[in-house]
Write a protein that binds this ligand. Structure first.
Ligand code: SAH
Ligand code: SF4
Length: 353
């Protein structure tokens, strides 16, 4: 059976006849979020029956959901082949109601999606790395995470969500399917999530960053830097042997970004490993001339990890240093820390049981 979520509208138009049915199918799936072909009442009965013999549009089954105290919800999905992946819904802003009871500001959401089952980059701090790479996710399995989460949470169609490819896997190691997912998500008759609302996070595969740039999708780029010397970065992220810090920074400098946007640098802070002011100083130098913003992330310990969570005071000192030097810098409030945050940890806990 083929997954309809794998296709752009153009492709679907080539697959069904008459052509105009494609748009209707798209609307049933993405706007009216029906469960079955039978619900697509504007299609002829025979067509519905035929479609259901060849296609499906439910690539994922949710087998677990956990809400944390800060309202983020982590989902564990099972694909049709039994593979498991995680996604997270992060409420960024709450709905605000004015004195007349009217909504004055809408809630804002970010959805964090997985791009692979496992990952082959082998970062020493990351739980997803442990089992290596099982397989790439298909475009439809990436799109499916978002479609399911929006529907499950009754997030209205018009409410635009932001997407971050920061779940399990290295998106640029699955560039073909990830870039296709970006395009499917962007479809006006689909979920209509503009590329500038989609951020692709990478461990720094410089040649793939270049390829992504050449595709000119309009997506935002996030770099998982985590260390400012090659010696340390190679210890934390073996991928640094193939693409060292200089090549990553060069690829970033060449990456097309909208004048109003910045490249995000993620910096996982690990106690006594990369949390000194000396590190912060070097980081400022590295970012010189780049329109960057830095997101500091508390290392989240997991079973078997040798690293420790940094002290709050060191985290703030680090942030203050960057800010004083004019670098935009936020501390990621570990959304869902109490529900085993960071990628791979819900899956792991569930399998240990
Ligand atoms: N492979 C891509 C995207 C997925 S990883 C990348 O590395 O950028 C997404 C984020 O999860 C990374 O920034 C990584 O630093 C973070 N992460 C992994 N393990 C973590 C841990 N134990 N605690 C906190 N963040 C973690
Ligand atoms: Fe892969 Fe990202 Fe985890 Fe590194 S941090 S192992 S690149 S998922």
């Amino acid at each position: 059976m083929n997954n309809l979520l794998d296709y752009t509208l153009n492709e679907l138009e080539e697959m069904v006849s008459p052509k105009f049915r494609a748009k209707q199918i798209f609307e049933w799936i993405y706007k009216k979020t029906v469960d079955t072909f039978d619900d697509m009442s504007s299609l002829p009965k025979q067509m519905r029956e035929e479609l259901s013999k060849i296609y499906h549009f439910n690539p994922l089954k949710c087998i677990k959901a956990e809400q944390s105290s800060d309202k983020s919800i982590k989902y564990l999905f099972e694909a049709l082949d039994g593979s498991r992946i995680e996604s997270v819904l992060l409420p960024m802003k709450e709905e605000q109601v004015d004195e007349n009871g009217k909504i004055s500001k809408h809630a804002r959401y970010t959805i964090c999606v997985s791009s692979q089952v496992g990952c082959r980059m082998g970062c020493s701090f990351c739980l997803t790395a442990k089992g290596g790479l099982k397989r790439n996710l298909t475009p439809g399995e990436i799109v499916g995470q978002i479609l399911w989460i929006k529907k499950q949470n009754n997030i209205p169609y018009e409410r635009r969500v932001n997407i971050v490819y920061m779940g399990m896997g290295e998106p640029l190691d699955n560039l073909e399917n990830v870039s296709k997912a970006v395009k499917i998500l962007q479809e006006n008759d689909g979920l209509a999530i503009a590329p500038r609302r989609q951020t692709i996070s990478t461990s720094g595969l410089s040649n793939q960053i270049k390829k992504l740039g050449d595709l000119n999708l309009g997506v935002l780029l996030a770099i998982s830097l985590h260390a400012v010397t090659d010696e340390l970065r190679t210890k934390l992220m073996p991928v640094n042997k193939a693409y060292n810090i200089q090549t990553v920074m060069q690829a970033v400098r060449e990456f097309p970004v909208d004048m109003r946007k910045k490249v995000l640098f993620e910096y996982l802070v690990i106690k006594n490993v990369n949390d000194s002011i000396k590190d912060a100083k070097t980081l400022v130098k590295l970012l010189d001339g780049i329109r960057a913003k830095v997101n500091l992330i508390y290392f989240n310990p997991h079973e078997g990890s040798v690293y420790q969570r940094p002290d709050v005071k060191d985290m703030i000192k680090f942030q203050d240093y960057l800010s004083a030097k004019g670098v935009t810098c936020t501390i990621r409030q570990s959304k869902g820390l109490d529900i085993s945050a960071a990628c791979g940890q819900l899956k792991q806990r569930n399998e240990n049981k």
